[in-house]
Design a protein around this ligand. Sequence first.
Ligand SMILES: Nc1nc2c(c(=O)[nH]1)N[C@H]1C(S)=C(S)[C@@H](COP(=O)(O)OP(=O)(O)OC[C@H]3O[C@@H](n4cnc5c(=O)[nH]c(N)nc54)[C@H](O)[C@@H]3O)O[C@H]1N2
Ligand SMILES: Nc1nc2c(c(=O)[nH]1)N[C@H]1C(S)=C(S)[C@@H](COP(=O)(O)OP(=O)(O)OC[C@H]3O[C@@H](n4cnc5c(=O)[nH]c(N)nc54)[C@H](O)[C@@H]3O)O[C@H]1N2
Ligand SMILES: [Mo]
Length: 751
Amino acid sequence: MTNKIDTRVTTSHWGAFRVLTEGNRIVATENFAADPQPSRIPDILPAAVHHKTRIARPSIRRGWLEQANRARDRRGRDDYLELPWDEALDIAAAELKRVIAEHGNESIFGGSYGWASAGRFHHALGQVHRFLNVSGGYVSSLASYSTAAAQAIIPHVFGMHFLKLSWAFQNSWPTIAQNTKTLVMFGGINPKNSQVSMGGVTHHETDGWFKEFDKRGIRRINISPQITDTPAGAEWLAVIPGTDTAMMLGIAHALETGDLVERQFIEGYTTGYERFRSYLLGETDGIAKTPAWAAQICGIEANTLINLAQTMASTRTLITVAWSLQRAQNGEQTFWMAATLAAMLGQIGLPGGGIGYGYGAIGGVGVSVKRLEGLTFPQGENPVSEFIPVARIADMLLNPGKPYDFNGQHRNYPDIRLVYWCGGNPFHHHQDLNRLEQAFCQPETIIVHEPWWTATAKRADIVFPATTPYEREDIGRAMGDSYLFHMPRLIDPVGEARDDYEIFNSLAQRMGFEQAFSEGRSVDQWLLHLYEEFRQENLPEGIDLPDYDELRRRNWIDLPVRGAQFAPVPFAEFRRDPEASPLGTPSGRIEIFSQTIAQFGYDECPGHPCWHAPDEWLGADLAREFPLHLVSPQPGDKLHSQMECALADIPGARPSAIEINPADAHERRLNDGDLVKVFNARGACRARAHVSNDIRRGVVALPTGAWLDTCDDGTDTQGNPNILTRDLGTSRIGQGSSAHTTLVEIVGLAE
Ligand SMILES: Nc1nc2c(c(=O)[nH]1)N[C@H]1C(S)=C(S)[C@@H](COP(=O)(O)OP(=O)(O)OC[C@H]3O[C@@H](n4cnc5c(=O)[nH]c(N)nc54)[C@H](O)[C@@H]3O)O[C@H]1N2
Ligand SMILES: Nc1nc2c(c(=O)[nH]1)N[C@H]1C(S)=C(S)[C@@H](COP(=O)(O)OP(=O)(O)OC[C@H]3O[C@@H](n4cnc5c(=O)[nH]c(N)nc54)[C@H](O)[C@@H]3O)O[C@H]1N2
Ligand SMILES: [Mo]
């Protein structure tokens, strides 16, 4: 050990940064020089990596090991025995073999949702999926918590995968700056969120682009319950949460009746407008979706909606929708209705016009970077075809065999005996955590790999301590980013932590399929192999990458894949010639009416976008008992629940702050900084009141990310909103998370 300070650059979901190490400790981090607006998330990293909540050794839950029925209901309340690696691996391998022999691989849930860490080889999800695939397969999960509803609806409307649309069919920031005159942002565009991107974002550009929009006089309209959802200077329409579809219908009505609809676009590029129009005008249900009708639902005045319709029709307008809007009941309709509104304006396919989803949600959206494929740890094929829509985890565990509908399919939940989680934190990310708690009592065995004692690790039977990216070597690269990183091993593993790869390799050895899992390669050999493959694949593209040793020496390289030529105007070819470049929908056009969806026969959707009042919103009967709408956005100071332990140590930082309007605070005799209890029929958590005019009356915002920690009466002491949220699918179309459809009440607590 020396006292010399070493510095190397690494990357992460929140971008690149320089790490200062002293011997085996990370002592500080510094900005990456080329990043115009570096994230502050790395500030907490030194404390988090060496935190006392790191899992030191393999641990097995006492009740699971010692009791005949495995004391399944003691999960979360049991203590752990620390075992030597070999013993713990023997036990885990024997248990996996037993479950496979007795119940088959279709009784193992390996969906294992989560963001894990950046790094192409050590990506925890790729590791667990490959391992379970070679073991004979597993029940997987489909889509993501982020965009499950969008992933179901967008293919019906635009005929392509939502992720393809997100990456390759969006106006780039420069195109917007040069062409857009009105930027209408449902849910805002928040630089707090574009701090991160899956795998990394090296240049944080969002704030910079908004300064540019301001300079160019682009009108910016933030439609959101929180003014802070868009950089300062935008107009704010403080919409009632869950009502954007109604608001869009009101605008659509003003377009239709004001003769502002681009009929040529509707006729040449869309199908089903007439069916939708009948609904819009109230011919089908007797309710005309007028601006006045919309106003009493969404809380924005009718005149404002009419003016907005006129502005949108008379200027180059880009409508953007935040992902959060589809993490709500019938979130599919919001995304579909936004597309319909854009189609009515007829600017889809024009530079800076049309529709865009997820700007600001993550850093990679809107950048002009060629998206390179490759550099992924191969996962192999899953011999088990069974899956669940990702957010239906508690439903699945609680209801084996029970039927449910999903995107036109009738399905049944599988009977799960063993859950394997690696790289995610369901006791942070899932809704209605009291219900998940019950669900987690069902399986015979739960295995988790984690660096930290998260709420999920504390509910597992077998816990393997995993390394963080700073304790292993990897290669970093992300979609929408031009950089390629060598991620050096900066310190030795903390405690007895091992890489996920090594853990799986040891299990595979004990289970008799080591060769199939590792292909005989060490970590170093895999890195070299994956890199060389990537290098060869890119040669014909004219991208000449240095060899691996040279990449290691240079630490990072900026690839020549950034520039306007890599960001064509979305739907321009379709607009030029819809016959020659049809969309992938049944009609080849944008489907405002979808026969496919109509045939599902779901009463929540007749086949065109429509408004249904959600079960929980400010206009619901339930609002008499629970009069505040809870939104639970992503935290600005970290990524989800990652490294929360370091933030929670800051005096006064926990429980988390809940933003509340002064009028709502006054009614409850609350002052800024007061300790409060947030509750509804599902559960309760503590929080600290942050009284602010930045949030609409009747709405409160509590970010995600606190580590669930319940006291004796079941109240979470840290401020995790998911003890309050509802665990019902968005609709039968997408079955996504509907976290934002939640009503609560707040009372002050004595300290
Ligand atoms: N109420 C509400 N809930 C939400 C949302 C919301 O808007 N509102 N948003 C949802 C969304 S969009 C998402 S994406 C989810 C996010 O939910 P998650 O993705 O589950 O959240 P993370 O905290 O990123 O969890 C990753 C876990 O992996 C661990 N980890 C990191 N690196 C490694 C590694 O190398 N190996 C192993 N084995 N583990 C590692 C981390 O310590 C962490 O515990 O939350 C969802 N939940
Ligand atoms: N710093 C940081 N950045 C992140 C993440 C993180 O954990 N930390 N997570 C990343 C991930 S996994 C994802 S999926 C994205 C998520 O990106 P988004 O889904 O876009 O972001 P959220 O922060 O969940 O929500 C954005 C805003 O939507 C508003 N909102 C909520 N409900 C409604 C509504 O009904 N109508 C309207 N108009 N507005 C509403 C809320 O005020 C909220 O602040 O963020 C990514 N970026
Ligand atoms: Mo997400």
